[in-house]
Ligand binder design. Structure first.
Ligand code: DGJ
Length: 748
């Protein structure tokens, strides 16, 4: 009987699973999030995306109000707002689309592609997520695209990506293979594009300009590794009037890819708009074999009709809920050895640093570059040793396990730095396996940092196994290893793989990153609890591709607090504070030689994931006293700072001071940061800070933190209404350069 009941339940569950796991979609479908709608309509056997923006409940309303084909004179070649605009598709049987996000040379040499609608369905996904799958097939060739749209209700984000495969008689060539290729016919007459630009030590500089009539603006990284230098793979596009922090219609986007990529926005003469985003195929097509599936990176889109601030909050929430590893974990306060010691350390240096960070109230110690490789390749500078992930016994004779135990005895967690994608030509690894280095067979090898640094061929599974094995052995040799900083200090400068055949060399750009993710994925499966930091010469791995495997990123090698105000301001537009590593360092700053007060350095670092990168033994007694209190306050308030909603109040790009705040989800707590930059004396007094995101009906006690000699607000210690603080503002005062303040607001 029991058996029968079990069979009954199994059958019932199977029926249930089948019935809910895929629901067919007819000619119209509204993909909904909390505040936005992406609307699909099938016409002429083509899936169209007829609306993306404000939330609308009825498909009939959308179809009545949306594009109706009357926009003439569109010489883009794409008149139809297809869900995936591709090169070669027809436009009302009169012209051919010569743009689009997918461009294929079919096995027989034909260069056009026309994707027709196949099955459409919603499939099971996490709670709060609607996952739409559109099957598209070429009208002539056995060439298939599966397009995914994953709508995350709570954060107003829609993720989209494609899977491309074929059964043609021979491999096809993909000239472009974007994740997103949308066309918006006449939704506004003006568009402004905001994005991040910069390079080493000056990441995340904000830039914003109109996309003028007739222009295509494109952003790209062809580094292959340093995905976020030059441009970051993200944007905010004002639709209509240029949006402010709190007003205006905005589309936000972020591409989850750590290799080469491109994003473009086209604004044509009749005000149609096309947005394309995807991995970049570099200087040649990607060869896709019969039966293989290429899965494009994920593109996250979000919508707001209340300005750019909401776009940031949407992406942050999505990142914490969906994309980041352990997005809701409170990140520890750590000390990283780099700026405090560089390569010049021994066991005593490191245990002294541990004592120091322990005294400050920190929770983790991380040993940076310099702990590995042996003999003539021992890593005492940046000229040798990368690739040999074995102990540098000269420096650390007692071993990493001993070091980790020293941390443990002090009540600290222990972390370590690695750079697994790279090698020095002066290493045992390259001596044994010169073919594992990316190189072009006929050209001299270009060697980067230290005159000897090269990139390893991540397309090669044998190399990946070797690195996996080395990492695995290293991790198991350190009982309780809690943190890995994964660095990558080169770009692909020798664009050749000995693993890929001569006819597959352009595949390097995509397959390198796919290989890297394979390696990262395997390590994450085996070591799910190790916190990982994405680093690439500072902030060049600030992308949501790497952040799927890592918990945080190193924001910049530039640790000058003044410059960090700008760098972190930019990062916060797209990436959440819990992932943004911000370290207090010594003065004069090692990158800019600027000296700023310790309080300013703390106030700036405390708006991200607070840490240190200095030798605490060089701190004066009163500095240690200040730091201990600041760390204790940070630890108390980190649930708000790391997990709260960000509101940008005053931009450093517009004023001689900057201000931002975080508010907890229940609006019970907030932390306000204020930074004076170069302050004119006796003028340019800061206006009251118009606080945001509070509960108008609650009363908040204002307490200044990190306070030294004087109050920065005359209402310090007072309890005031949320409505008043948002309606009249928090009165504040700044004096001189690099004066700053932090206020805690606690609802009573
Ligand atoms: C570059 C990183 O950004 C630094 O923080 C440091 O880890 C060095 N590499 C070490 O070589």
């Amino acid at each position: 009987m029991k058996r029968l009941v079990a069979v009954f339940w199994t059958v019932l569950m199977a029926v249930f699973v089948i019935s809910v796991s895929a629901a067919p979609v007819e000619n119209d479908f509204l993909l909904q999030t909390k505040n936005s709608t992406m609307s699909f309509h099938k016409s002429d056997n083509t899936w169209l995306m007829v609306h993306y923006g404000a939330k609308i409940e009825k498909a009939g309303d959308v179809n009545a109000l949306a594009w109706s084909g009357w926009v003439g004179g569109n010489f883009f070649g794409h008149r139809k707002p297809a869900t995936y605009s591709v090169y070669g598709s027809d436009n009302d049987r009169s012209t051919m689309n010569k743009f689009g996000g997918l461009a294929v040379i079919h096995a027989d040499g034909v260069t056009s592609t026309e994707l027709k609608a196949g099955d459409a369905k919603t499939v099971d996904d996490k709670a709060g997520v609607t996952h739409l799958v559109l099957e598209l097939k070429d009208s002539v060739y056995p060439f298939f695209v599966t397009q995914h749209f994953r709508a995350v209700e709570a954060s107003d984000v829609i993720e989209t990506w494609v899977e491309i495969r074929h059964e043609e008689s021979a491999p096809v060539k993909l000239m472009r293979m974007d994740s997103l290729a949308l066309v918006f016919p006449l939704i506004a007459k003006e568009f402004h594009l905001l994005s991040l630009t910069g390079q080493w030590a000056s990441e995340n500089q904000l830039t914003e300009a109109p996309v003028a009539l007739g222009q295509t603006v494109s952003m790209t990284s062809r580094s292959g590794v340093r995905s976020a230098f030059g441009n970051n793979p993200s944007f905010m596009l004002s639709v209509g009037d240029r949006a402010t922090e709190i007003t205006g219609r905005v589309i936000g986007g972020a591409l989850a890819w750590s290799g080469s990529w491109s994003i473009s926005v086209q604004h044509d003469y009749v005000n149609a708009l096309a947005i394309n985003a995807g991995s970049d195929t570099g200087n040649g097509p990607y060869t896709l074999d019969v039966g293989k599936t290429l899965t494009s990176p994920k593109m996250a889109l979000t919508w707001s009709d209340s300005g750019k601030g909401q776009i940031s909050r949407n992406l942050h929430r999505w990142a914490r809920d969906q994309q980041l590893r352990d997005g809701h974990m409170l990140r520890p306060v750590l000390l990283n050895s780099w700026e405090g010691a560089y390569f010049d350390f021994n066991e005593k240096t490191l245990t002294d640093m541990m004592d120091g960070v322990k005294e400050l109230g920190g929770e983790m110690f991380v040993v940076d570059d310099g702990w590995f490789a042996r003999g003539k390749y021992a890593r005492d500078d940046d000229k040798r040793g990368l690739g040999d992930w074995i102990l540098n016994e000269k420096k650390l004779p007692k071993g990493l396990g001993w070091l980790a135990n020293e941390a443990k005895e002090r009540g600290l967690k222990f972390g370590i730095w690695v750079e697994p994608e790279m090698a020095n030509t002066t290493s045992e690894l390259v001596d044994a396996h010169p073919d594992w280095v990316l190189r072009e067979k006929t050209r001299p090898l270009r060697q980067g940092r230290g005159g000897t640094q090269v990139v390893l061929d991540m397309t090669n599974p044998v190399l990946r196994d070797n690195i996996y094995g080395q990492m695995d052995a290293m991790i198991t040799s350190i009982p309780g290893l809690a943190y890995i900083k994964w660095d990558a200090n080169a770009e692909i400068s020798n664009a050749g793989s000995t693993y890929l055949g001569a006819d597959r060399q352009p595949n390097l750009w995509f397959d390198y990153t796919a290989g890297l993710y394979d390696l990262l994925g395997r390590l994450r499966i085996k070591y799910p609890d190790i916190i990982m930091k994405a680093c690439s010469s500072g902030g060049a791995h600030m992308d949501y591709g790497f952040l799927r495997y890592s918990d945080e990123f190193w924001t910049s090698d530039n640790t000058d607090a003044r410059q960090r105000v700008f760098i972190q301001w930019g990062a916060g537009h797209f990436y959440p504070s819990c992932a943004m590593a911000a370290h207090v360092t010594a003065v004069p700053n090692h990158q800019t030689h600027r000296s700023t007060p310790l309080k300013f350095r703390f106030d700036v670092a405390m708006s991200g994931r607070l840490g240190f990168e200095l030798h605490p033994k060089n701190m004066a007694a009163e500095e240690i006293t200040f730091a201990k209190k600041a760390v204790a306050d940070y630890k108390r308030l980190r649930p708000v700072i790391q997990q709260g909603d960000l509101y940008r109040l005053v931009s450093p790009w517009e004023q001689s001071y900057a201000s931002l705040m975080y508010v907890s989800e229940d609006k019970g707590k907030a932390v306000v940061f204020l930074y004076g930059l170069n302050r004119p004396v006796m003028s340019d007094y800061p206006a009251p800070l118009m606080l945001k995101g509070l509960d108008a009906g609650k009363r908040y006690r204002v307490t200044e933190l990190n306070r030294e000699k004087r109050d920065h607000s005359r209402v310090n210690g007072k309890t005031l209404g949320g409505a008043a603080l948002m309606g009249m503002g928090l009165p504040v005062k700044l004096e001189g350069d690099y004066d700053s303040a932090v206020f805690e607001l606690a609802a009573e």
